[in-house]
Design a protein around this ligand. Sequence first.
Ligand code: ADP
Ligand code: NA
Length: 330
Amino acid sequence: KDRPRVLSGIQPTSGSFHLGNYLGAVRQWVDLQEANDAFYMVVDLHAITVDQDPETLRQNTRISAAQLLGAGLDPERCTLFIQSHVPEHAQLGWIMNCLTGFGEAARMTQFKDKSAKQGSDRTSVGLFTYPILQIADILLYQADAVPVGEDQRQHLELTRDLAERFNTRYAPTFTVPNPYILKETAKILDLQDPSAKMSKSASSPKGLVNLLDEPKVSAKKFKSAVTDTDTVVSYDEEKKAGVSNLLRIHSALSGQSIEKLVEHFEGKMYGALKTELAELFTEWVTPFQARTRTYLEDPAELDRVLAIGAEKARAVASETLATVYDRIGF
Ligand code: ADP
Ligand code: NA
């Protein structure tokens, strides 16, 4: 390996990504593909831990892949694939299930949160063991670093424990990965409720910026974003959460520092910031949508790109799995 290996995945549960998905995750994947040997996947195996309509799942998986390409993932620079195209994920997942203690898995707070919302009869065993499939996802590729949000830190710790456990019990086999916690400042808030993060499941339609919506629709959402009763544009995450969120989005899209922006908006009011942000977003999202559309309108080309990705991924995954099978006595 000449460059650090990174691996990350995104669920295909929503047709359109939202601005939080892009600025919080996907955009950083695009940056990381340059200096790293990056593996990125659409995790459809994880999606079925909750009920999915088959045709919707198939569509959303393709739309997710097309958006990743539209956002700037370059199949020449990274390996982009669909998780279910690489059967080694499920195969190593089973082995990792058998190495994980029940109590250890039961301590995962993400599961406790998610299952509490569903009730135990509607919660699948798959949802319980999904962190263990995640472990397989990571270890298959001998990833050095895993770019994830803070909420995934506990799962990364379990991944490290399991890698070390396997290496100790059998023989050195897996790279023990490090979390690469994505910057907290990349957290994008709901435009209507700046006390909450922008989220597909929790945000109101007006608070959520979908990347595949008509740019005009999103521009309107920026213009009616909830701020506060003050008028001075300044950065204060506590007292001016709404304005600070808009400044962060502006900074991420324009590449200008927050300090520069605060200077730029001196003597101007919130309306000026919102109008500029609406324009900036439209400028970015228009070519993003055009690139995404080229893949959606040419299914054969999307299939071709994803088949190459799956083949590159399998080359690595099958080698790891063969070693693992040998070590455990298969
Ligand atoms: P959602 O919360 O809308 O269901 P996911 O949980 O599917 O989104 O998140 C996919 C990726 O996008 C994760 O890496 C997550 O950290 C990131 N992400 C989601 N929402 C935000 C947000 N509001 N700000 C920054 N990053 C986010
Ligand atoms: Na979520």
